[in-house]
Design a protein around this ligand. Sequence first.
Ligand code: CDP
Length: 787
Amino acid sequence: MATETDEIRGIGHSVRRKEDDRFIRGRGNYIDDVQLPGMLHMAILRSPYAHAKINGIDTSAAQAMPGVIAVVTGELMAQHNLAWMPTLSGDTQAVLATDKVRFQGQEVAAVIADDPYRAKDALDGIIVDYEALPAVVSPQSAMADAAPVIRDEKEDQSDNHIYHWESGDKDKTDAAFAQADLVVKLDTHYPRSHPAPLETCGCVADVDPATGQATIYMTSQAPHAVRTVFALVAGLPEENIRIVSPDIGGGFGNKVPVYPGYVVATAASLLLGKPVKWIEDRTENLISTGFARDFHMHGEMALKRDGTMLGLRTSLLADEGAFHADAQPSKFKVGLFHIVTGSYDLPAAHVAADGYYTNKAPGGVAYRCSFRVTEASYLIERLVQNAAYELDIDPADIRKKNFIDKDQFPYESVTGFVYDSGDYHAAMEKALEMIDYAGLREEQKKERSDGKLWGIGLASFTEVVGAGPHKDYDILGLKMNDGAELRIHPTGKAILKISSKTQGQGHETTFAQIVAEELGIQPEDIKVMHGDTDNTPYGLGTYASRSTPVSGAATAMVARRVGEKAQKIAAHLLEVDENDIEFHRPNFTVKGAPDRAVTIQDVAFAAYTNFPDGMEAGLEGNYYYDPPNLTFPFGTYAVAVEVDPETGEWEVKRMVAVDDCGVRINPMIVEGQIHGGLTEGYAIAAMELITFDDDGNCIGANFMDYLIPTAVETPRFELGETVTPSPHHPIGAKGVGESATVGSPAAFVNAVIDALRPLGVTNIDMPLTSAKVWEAIQAAKAGGTGG
Ligand code: CDP
């Protein structure tokens, strides 16, 4: 019998995050909370040199220290064929150094002790005989003839070059440039930054020597892929490997790669027959785990005098660090950088990229971005701003003139993407209206006449998320699809198991809302499980805003599959043909007789108690989703700043962000994602930087040097939205997790450059610290143009 129920809190409801109950009570279960009987502790000795030969390692003093159970070196790992491991880019990476160290902070040896402090203390007892070698700290110096070869252990490697990659049409682009009235150029470095999650990386490896069962608790954004990599590297049977990613205190791409610490802890547990815990400290996290960006970019845009864009030419040098370990689809060497044409209807473009080894930590992770789209978005939006100045066209107008029009979708870009949908003009108009662009420009004129440095910056980004269709997207051959499994219990409560791994994005709430939308079960009645490879379906993990586009789609599809069976059972209960059943959440009703109804809960009970003859019992299913295309969130960001000419400090007066991520599952969570992303974008524009001195010493190795904004520095954000559903996603959603970090740095920088424009400043590389801005002002006053 049907019942009147509350409105189902499916898509579009700002349901409070279910997971927050445990987090705000301090009841989360993070990696350092995992305690196992007899557990030992591991600490890692890291190289103080960026580049040095290892002549020998003496572990005898460390071995004799109190509480020390074992000291592991690369030599010992080599005896088990584990001194080197594959990276996600198909390169190799030293697990523990044997021949040389290649970056400061590289793993050299590990101590296993009965206590974490004793393990750390014993690192001082390991004597390593290093012979320092010259360090290479930029791709420009890596390509010099006299540069030392960093990867001299590789037989086929005679220099530091890793790859050359191109996209687009070079001849067509050259022809477009030949037609141009104006060519605008920009050289810029998108500096190395670090995702710096609150929780550092770590693991607890528990290998049972009797059964061969390896259970590894690990801070991983991609537990299933890690399981397969472990099986392939260590030769362990995959069914005996269980990766459990418990609660994760932020990932942002940093927790995608497999780090040497995981491998050493697992090998140590195997050899010692006891669980081994390894937890990084903050400096270890900042100096040795997946960095982001570090692209030296050159861009040229060809235009007609009226502002029409004719072509785009970009070349870039990627600083990959000592091991090529980028976490990105195999086919695309610089991730999805070739989305660099952005939101514009560019008839020709060509992208060339070269990657180099340097004596820096490896990584190249998707730090809140879809595999290098951040760098691309920054480059085009800075170029467009400069083009506007040179043509004396308003920066908003030049964008509007060249935007892909909403009638042009699906739009095939010249670098090979098919943009599924968009309405760039609408997002731009909304942002301009919210910030009162015309009024601000008037105000700017007045402030400028009073000698003030006032600037307005725009950035219109097009994102590309949801990797990806199996034809083009894989990591180490593994296709980037995702699974979902849904089981409805007799009482109508459900368990959804997903291949995604949440790191704070609220999937336990939003994915339950997707099922609620499809089946009419309230989100609080749906438990969402993730992060345990024994108990969830296969998938490639959570990064690059792929959860909603891929795993979220799998969730909607499995709910629909289960819904089809539910409809058959409802027909059986109501004694009509299944084609005569309609579903009005949460009721199945008879067409034309809405009073004859059963709820999804009635159906669930019947699935175990009263199902038709010939039907299997139960109400459950699974689904593996292969997206037909990527999906393309977009937006326009507008920023107003005032720069203090005496100090170089810049203050954000207004920041308006209009995002379009398609249908919003949970508007409150989406806004939280955007706030976080904007804060990270602001941080990269203003203060976050990992840099190196000439000897390869990492500067930015702690939170005194690597500046993370607090609530005090973070500007106020004003959010707006437009909604352009993805035409191919089952619920019309696109991703949002990264857009704000992708789109906003250019808006902040464009605003500061706009403020300094009257002085003749055309570029300052990020981060725009007050010292750098001040220097640019002084250089401009002295006759230069900044830089
Ligand atoms: O891959 P990741 O989860 O980091 O990014 P995402 O797919 O963009 O999702 C981030 C969070 O925002 C998740 O909880 C999503 O379900 C939610 N979201 C939403 O509510 N509506 C959208 N259109 C996109 C994401």
